[in-house]
Design a protein around this ligand. Structure first.
Ligand SMILES: Nc1ncnc2c1ncn2[C@@H]1O[C@H](COP(=O)(O)OP(=O)(O)OP(=O)(O)O)[C@@H](O)[C@H]1O
Ligand SMILES: [Mg+2]
Length: 427
């Protein structure tokens, strides 16, 4: 299904993710978590084909939906009525038009042609029924209502909707379209509490595989099969529910902190010894150099502390979509732009996996053909001279220390320093 293999995402000034490897199996619910700015969106954009990985390969299923974190104007949809835009997410919309054409033909045809026209109408009608065409509009309206877009909004033209309504429409469109995989970047942004709960319940009961970044991920909790945590460029994959992840993460944090402490103590001892030797005779000074080399070698595999779980959501006045525990008040992102989304569900799914269309009464989705679904493989482009030079600069920055605050925007010259961004924010 989704196969991410040894992927590196390098934006030029910084390697965001290095050697990322994970899979999402059919129907699996996977949460992608990490501190602000750790590269979650960039990784999703890479998976969705918007960014090219610097190295590695990604296989995505043929039918997938992609909801972006940030808004992008879509002037081409502006004149479309919202309901029509929503319904067009499934190919039953095109089929409905075809069916209507066939019906008109039956009405206007006589003689031998009539029998053919009737047969065609019957075949189309059968297909339309099988695909749930007659239920489609009601289902689409239920989903729109669930995400907080009532009927009145659906009658308006897309261009007249507010940014928030527009995002809800795109979210509804994505959930309505279904597909084998939904890639969702903060789908609950700008939703009220009821709509948030509705969306999470929808995902919980959906037959689609889901890869989701959300600061409301705790609402999915036991529906989560796997958590992928991005931390300082590395991916850690945790099997189990979100609560289990929180517990495992605590244990890993403690162990990693201990490893770092022991490493630092050892480095300090070796450095002190080297300093003493450095001022001795030639023989002893040679020993100091050999210790220096050993230290250099050790630095290559130095343990890195995991980010503290409770990263301050307010530091950069943005929402944090990291591993907040259940009950932590979620904050709405204050990025300045209203969110939007874009469905990339390709040839829109004829096998919806809408799961529940109303949380109170979950329905299982229609199943899609069991035949092996064609996958699209993307591999990294050959490194260009630009990426080669950025890799060089990354190696340099990798030896610097991360910011001592939780922003990780670092690097700074020493582990106790705060990066320029944090200094500016804290005034
Ligand atoms: N197109 C770009 N060009 C340059 N830098 C970028 C670009 N997109 C993102 N960045 C930077 O890369 C880093 C990671 O950004 P990204 O949006 O992927 O993180 P994130 O984990 O999704 O953050 P958040 O939790 O705030 O949504 C940030 O420092 C960001 O400023
Ligand atoms: Mg993001």
């Amino acid at each position: 299904m989704l196969d991410v293999n040894d992927v590196t995402v390098d934006l030029g000034h910084r390697v965001l993710v290095r050697g990322a490897t994970f899979r999402v199996a059919p129907g699996e619910k996977v949460a992608l978590v990490g501190p602000n700015g750790s590269g979650k969106t960039s990784l999703l954009r890479t998976i969705a084909g918007e960014l090219r990985p610097t190295s590695g390969t990604i296989k995505v299923p043929e039918h997938y939906g992609w909801l972006q974190q940030d808004v992008q104007a879509r002037p081409d949809d502006a004149h479309e009525v919202a309901l029509r835009h929503l319904l067009a997410a499934r190919d039953t919309a095109a089929l409905a038009e075809e069916l209507e054409g066939a019906r008109r033909r039956v009405e206007s045809t006589t003689g031998v042609q009539l029998e053919r026209a009737v047969r065609r109408f019957a075949a189309l009608e059968e297909r339309f029924r099988t695909l749930g065409g007659y239920r489609a509009e009601a289902e689409a309206r239920r989903i729109a209502a669930g995400v907080g877009l009532p009927d009145a909004g659906l009658e308006r033209r897309v261009g007249t909707l507010s940014g928030g309504q527009r995002r809800r429409l795109e979210l509804a469109r994505l959930l309505y379209a279904g597909g084998e995989l939904l890639i969702l970047d903060e789908p609950t942004n700008h939703l009220d509490l009821d709509a948030k709960a509705w969306v999470m319940q929808f995902l919980r009961t959906s037959r689609c595989a889901v890869l989701v970044v959300s600061h409301d991920i705790a609402l999915l909790d036991d529906a989560v099969d796997r958590v992928v945590a991005v931390d300082r460029g590395h991916l850690d994959v945790y099997k189990g529910t979100y609560s289990e992840f929180l517990a495992q993460r605590s244990a890993r944090e403690a162990q990693r902190a201990k490893d770092v402490r022991l490493y630092n103590e050892r480095v300090s001892r070796l450095k002190a010894t080297a300093e003493r030797f450095r001022h001795g005779n030639e023989n002893v000074a040679r020993k100091a150099k050999s210790i220096d080399k050993r230290l250099e070698h050790m630095a290559k595999s130095a343990p890195v502390a995991l980010s503290p779980r409770f990263a301050s959501p307010t530091r950069h006045a943005r929402a944090t979509s990291c591993w907040l525990p259940t009950g932590w008040p979620s904050r709405t992102a204050a990025r300045g732009s209203s969110p939007t989304s874009r469905s990339r569900s390709g040839a829109v799914s004829t096998f919806s996996c809408s799961g529940s269309t109303a949380p109170a009464r979950p329905r299982s989705c229609g199943s899609w053909p069991a035949s092996s679904t064609p996958t699209r493989a993307r591999s990294a482009r050959a490194p260009t001279s630009r990426s080669a030079s950025t890799r060089r600069s990354t190696r340099t920055s990798a030896t610097a220390s991360p910011c001592s605050t939780t922003c990780e925007s670092g690097p700074t010259a020493s582990p106790t320093e705060t990066c320029a961004q944090c200094s500016a924010t804290s005034g």
